[in-house]
Every structure is written in structure tokens, then in C-alpha cells.
Design a protein. Structure first.
Length: 87
């Protein structure tokens, strides 16, 4: 258990940050899922639009420190490759 005032404050702060980060990750996953569903339906226009909307959200996750930049780059690359492959 935290004994110092600073440690108690860190616990409070970490709890708040955890909630914020959790909501951000959830939001990013929702955007990615939108791309996935558009790809599954085979609609290239919707998939491309969904990917355009998802990219800034994913990069924002990188700048906020909740996702690693290489993970996001890999995900964007794979999604864009799949969108491009739709004919």
C-alpha cells in the first residue's frame, strides 16, 4: 500500500490515465473494425474511406503513447494493402 503522499497521488493519477487510455484504445479498435467490416463486405470505396478515417486516430494513439509506432505502421500497411487488393 502507498505510504507517501506522492505515491497516493500517483495511484490516483494512474487510475485516471488508465481510463483515458482505455477509451482511446477502444476508439482506435472501433475505427479499425470499421475498415475490417468494409473489407469483408467487399466495398472498396467504403473501405478506403474508413481507412482514411482510421489512420489519424491510430497515429494519434502513437503520439499519446498508448500504441507503439511500429505496430501502428504495420497495421496501416496491412490494411492499406488489403484495401488496394480489392478490385
Amino acid at each position: 500500500m502507498a505510504n507517501t503522499p506522492q505515491a497516493r497521488k500517483r495511484i490516483r493519477r494512474n487510475t485516471r490515465r488508465q481510463a483515458i487510455n482505455k477509451s482511446r484504445v477502444s476508439r482506435i479498435r472501433t475505427f479499425v473494425k470499421g475498415v475490417e467490416t468494409a473489407l469483408a463486405s467487399g466495398k472498396k470505396d467504403e473501405a478506403a474511406a474508413a481507412l482514411q478515417a482510421a489512420q489519424p486516430e491510430m497515429m494519434r494513439g502513437v503520439t499519446k503513447g498508448i500504441l507503439h509506432k511500429n505496430t501502428v505502421a504495420r497495421t496501416i500497411s496491412r490494411l492499406s494493402k488489403r484495401v488496394k487488393a480489392l478490385a
